[in-house]
Design a binder for this molecule. Structure first.
Ligand SMILES: [Zn+2]
Ligand SMILES: [Zn+2]
Length: 165
Protein backbone atom coordinates (compact mmCIF):
# COMPACT_ATOMS: atom_id res chain seq x y z
CA UNK A 1 0.00 0.00 0.00
CA UNK A 2 2.91 2.32 0.74
CA UNK A 3 4.19 1.76 -2.79
CA UNK A 4 0.77 2.43 -4.29
CA UNK A 5 0.34 5.51 -2.10
CA UNK A 6 3.62 6.84 -3.45
CA UNK A 7 2.17 6.79 -6.95
CA UNK A 8 -0.70 9.00 -5.83
CA UNK A 9 1.53 11.21 -3.73
CA UNK A 10 4.36 11.65 -6.22
CA UNK A 11 7.16 10.70 -3.84
CA UNK A 12 7.97 8.52 -0.86
CA UNK A 13 8.52 10.22 2.46
CA UNK A 14 8.08 9.62 6.22
CA UNK A 15 4.93 11.74 6.16
CA UNK A 16 3.30 9.47 3.63
CA UNK A 17 4.36 6.46 5.70
CA UNK A 18 2.60 7.99 8.73
CA UNK A 19 -0.65 8.27 6.80
CA UNK A 20 -0.37 4.74 5.44
CA UNK A 21 0.33 3.24 8.89
CA UNK A 22 -2.35 5.30 10.62
CA UNK A 23 -4.93 4.35 8.00
CA UNK A 24 -4.07 0.66 8.25
CA UNK A 25 -4.15 0.65 12.06
CA UNK A 26 -7.47 2.50 12.07
CA UNK A 27 -9.04 -0.13 9.80
CA UNK A 28 -7.83 -2.82 12.19
CA UNK A 29 -8.78 -1.04 15.44
CA UNK A 30 -12.25 -0.07 14.21
CA UNK A 31 -12.71 -3.57 12.74
CA UNK A 32 -13.96 -2.02 9.55
CA UNK A 33 -15.90 -4.45 7.42
CA UNK A 34 -17.09 -2.11 4.74
CA UNK A 35 -15.17 0.82 3.26
CA UNK A 36 -17.56 3.44 2.04
CA UNK A 37 -19.35 6.58 3.13
CA UNK A 38 -19.55 5.10 6.64
CA UNK A 39 -15.89 6.02 7.14
CA UNK A 40 -14.72 9.49 8.06
CA UNK A 41 -11.39 10.99 9.01
CA UNK A 42 -10.43 14.31 10.53
CA UNK A 43 -6.72 15.09 10.25
CA UNK A 44 -5.23 17.70 12.56
CA UNK A 45 -2.49 18.91 10.29
CA UNK A 46 -1.98 19.43 6.58
CA UNK A 47 0.94 17.37 5.33
CA UNK A 48 1.93 14.39 3.23
CA UNK A 49 -0.08 12.14 5.57
CA UNK A 50 -3.35 12.84 3.89
CA UNK A 51 -2.41 10.95 0.77
CA UNK A 52 -1.57 7.88 2.84
CA UNK A 53 -4.96 8.12 4.56
CA UNK A 54 -6.76 8.50 1.25
CA UNK A 55 -5.03 5.45 -0.16
CA UNK A 56 -5.41 3.12 2.81
CA UNK A 57 -8.37 4.24 4.92
CA UNK A 58 -10.20 5.15 1.74
CA UNK A 59 -11.71 8.47 2.77
CA UNK A 60 -10.79 11.13 0.25
CA UNK A 61 -11.06 14.83 -0.33
CA UNK A 62 -12.99 13.83 -3.44
CA UNK A 63 -15.78 12.10 -1.51
CA UNK A 64 -15.74 14.72 1.22
CA UNK A 65 -14.97 12.22 3.98
CA UNK A 66 -11.49 13.47 4.76
CA UNK A 67 -11.45 16.74 6.62
CA UNK A 68 -8.74 18.97 7.96
CA UNK A 69 -9.06 20.75 11.30
CA UNK A 70 -5.79 22.50 11.71
CA UNK A 71 -4.32 21.93 15.15
CA UNK A 72 -0.70 21.54 14.10
CA UNK A 73 -0.60 18.01 15.51
CA UNK A 74 0.28 14.81 13.73
CA UNK A 75 -3.01 13.29 14.79
CA UNK A 76 -5.94 11.65 13.04
CA UNK A 77 -9.49 11.03 14.19
CA UNK A 78 -11.01 7.99 12.51
CA UNK A 79 -14.69 7.05 12.51
CA UNK A 80 -16.90 4.25 11.28
CA UNK A 81 -20.32 5.86 11.30
CA UNK A 82 -22.09 2.53 10.74
CA UNK A 83 -20.78 0.96 13.92
CA UNK A 84 -20.18 4.14 15.93
CA UNK A 85 -16.58 3.13 16.60
CA UNK A 86 -13.87 5.75 16.57
CA UNK A 87 -10.25 6.20 17.51
CA UNK A 88 -7.68 8.98 17.45
CA UNK A 89 -4.08 8.17 16.63
CA UNK A 90 -1.49 10.75 17.59
CA UNK A 91 2.15 10.45 16.66
CA UNK A 92 4.28 9.65 19.70
CA UNK A 93 7.52 11.25 18.62
CA UNK A 94 9.50 11.58 15.44
CA UNK A 95 11.77 8.54 15.31
CA UNK A 96 15.41 9.39 15.80
CA UNK A 97 16.71 8.14 12.50
CA UNK A 98 19.28 9.84 10.39
CA UNK A 99 17.83 9.09 7.01
CA UNK A 100 14.35 9.51 5.66
CA UNK A 101 14.13 6.04 4.21
CA UNK A 102 14.98 4.45 7.55
CA UNK A 103 12.48 6.73 9.21
CA UNK A 104 9.72 5.65 6.82
CA UNK A 105 10.60 1.98 7.42
CA UNK A 106 10.43 2.46 11.16
CA UNK A 107 7.04 4.17 10.91
CA UNK A 108 5.67 1.34 8.78
CA UNK A 109 7.02 -1.55 10.83
CA UNK A 110 7.68 -0.60 14.48
CA UNK A 111 5.21 -1.75 17.16
CA UNK A 112 2.16 0.50 17.12
CA UNK A 113 2.79 2.05 20.55
CA UNK A 114 6.19 3.28 19.41
CA UNK A 115 4.61 5.17 16.55
CA UNK A 116 1.17 6.29 17.73
CA UNK A 117 -0.67 6.75 20.97
CA UNK A 118 -4.41 5.97 20.93
CA UNK A 119 -6.85 8.42 22.48
CA UNK A 120 -10.58 9.09 22.25
CA UNK A 121 -11.48 11.30 19.27
CA UNK A 122 -11.41 15.06 19.73
CA UNK A 123 -14.32 15.87 17.45
CA UNK A 124 -17.69 14.45 16.50
CA UNK A 125 -17.95 13.23 12.95
CA UNK A 126 -20.73 14.80 10.90
CA UNK A 127 -23.62 12.46 10.13
CA UNK A 128 -23.43 10.43 6.96
CA UNK A 129 -25.77 12.36 4.72
CA UNK A 130 -24.84 10.63 1.53
CA UNK A 131 -27.86 9.34 -0.30
CA UNK A 132 -28.07 8.38 -3.89
CA UNK A 133 -30.79 10.34 -5.63
CA UNK A 134 -32.66 9.24 -8.68
CA UNK A 135 -32.29 11.35 -11.78
CA UNK A 136 -35.08 12.10 -14.21
CA UNK A 137 -35.15 13.62 -17.61
CA UNK A 138 -36.50 17.14 -17.63
CA UNK A 139 -39.25 17.35 -20.26
CA UNK A 140 -38.29 20.90 -21.23
CA UNK A 141 -34.53 20.79 -21.79
CA UNK A 142 -34.14 17.03 -22.07
CA UNK A 143 -31.27 16.97 -19.57
CA UNK A 144 -31.06 14.52 -16.66
CA UNK A 145 -31.29 16.11 -13.27
CA UNK A 146 -31.22 14.60 -9.75
CA UNK A 147 -34.42 14.70 -7.70
CA UNK A 148 -33.57 17.38 -5.11
CA UNK A 149 -33.19 19.85 -7.98
CA UNK A 150 -36.43 19.09 -9.74
CA UNK A 151 -39.44 21.37 -9.32
CA UNK A 152 -43.09 21.10 -10.23
CA UNK A 153 -44.04 23.92 -12.59
CA UNK A 154 -47.54 23.98 -14.14
CA UNK A 155 -47.98 20.31 -13.33
CA UNK A 156 -44.74 19.34 -14.99
CA UNK A 157 -41.61 18.09 -13.20
CA UNK A 158 -38.76 20.18 -14.55
CA UNK A 159 -35.17 20.93 -13.66
CA UNK A 160 -34.15 24.01 -11.69
CA UNK A 161 -32.81 25.75 -14.80
CA UNK A 162 -36.14 25.40 -16.55
CA UNK A 163 -38.15 26.15 -13.40
CA UNK A 164 -36.36 29.47 -13.05
CA UNK A 165 -36.49 30.54 -16.69
ZN1 LIG B 1 5.54 13.72 1.00
ZN1 LIG C 1 -34.81 21.44 -17.87
Amino acid sequence: MYLKAGELHGHYCPGLAIGVRAGAEALRILEVEKKGFNLYCIAENRACYQDGIQMVFGTTLGDGNLELRQRGKTAFNFYDRDTGKSVRLVMSDWPKKSDRKEMAEFILSAPLEQVFAQTPVHFDAPPNTFTRHESRKCPRCGEFCSEPFLRVVDGEIVCLDCAES
